[in-house]
Design a protein around this ligand. Sequence first.
Ligand code: PLP
Length: 346
Amino acid sequence: MIFDLDKITRENVRKMTPYSSARDEFKEVDTAHIFLDANESPFENNLNRYPDSYQNALKKILSQKRAVPIANILCGNGSDEILDLLFRAFCQPQKDNIILFPPTYGMYGVLASLNEVTIKNVLLDEHFDISVSSIISNIDVNTKIIFICSPNNPTGNLISVEKIHTLLKTFHGLVVIDEAYIDFVAVESWSQKLNDYPNLVVTQTFSKAYGLAALRLGICFANKAIINILNRIKPPYNVNAITQKKAIETLQNTAKIKAQIQDILTERDRLKKILKNISFIKKIYPSDANFLLVKVDDADKRYKQLIKNRVVVRNRNSQPLCENTLRITVGTRVENEKLIEVLQEM
Ligand SMILES: *Cc1c(COP(=O)(O)O)cnc(C)c1O
């Protein structure tokens, strides 16, 4: 594989001078200086100073916990911001294209449209896995990014490791692996393969298993050169101080999170067994995530019935290969009991 990062980076991004913040120009924040350089308020309230624009303390603990060097980490205002940065750094509007595997997470397509980047859709196969030969036949000189969501949303399954290896080896652009649901399954993160593949980008989020969706924190792991480019274009203070602090505290004690993940997995398996006996549920797809995709007799009808009973699920009926499916997030024991009761009465 010939991977040339310079070649796939947008010319304007390569040439631009990044914004230089007050803290970029004077970094010794721990010393007893008087800071009159950023037009902040001088009155101390724990929030009057701009946050660390490179999130050094957060990255230090992330680096330990995720076994990835600090230089290979970028933090974003949710992983959605990281996806946005990838488009803006590497996809030339009106010229480049990306490859998606529907049914999958909707933001990749939204960002492609926003950036006037052509989407090449290659449907997942009948096992909701990717098909390498049809991907390769869709790649052209302007294909910049292939987005793989694993475990995939909304289908719930992991994508075949061997097939991803093949893609990483054969594709000359970036392979982005969205691991939003990785904490719910006992497999190695692709972030452990950064040394093997200069074109690998992995994203994770604090919004799902870590229970911090409101904070907006996403993590990107990639080759140093890719991280440097994203750092050049990211808004200087993209991750706020409260988010950085709360994320550090959460990473310092993950026992509670681990117990919660275990609870969700137990509930998911219990829910699966019970839903099998609901007459209008035709199929429950295997899940490596915190949700179940189920096929019903009539998704629009069942979705509305559930809402009438004050239970909101996601209707995926309009998604390719997802006809008459509902995506049900695993809730607490009490919530799941309510869901079951409503389903049984429908
Ligand atoms: C929920 C979800 C995200 C969102 O991540 P944020 O960090 O909250 O922006 C990203 N990717 C997938 C596949 C998701 O399901």
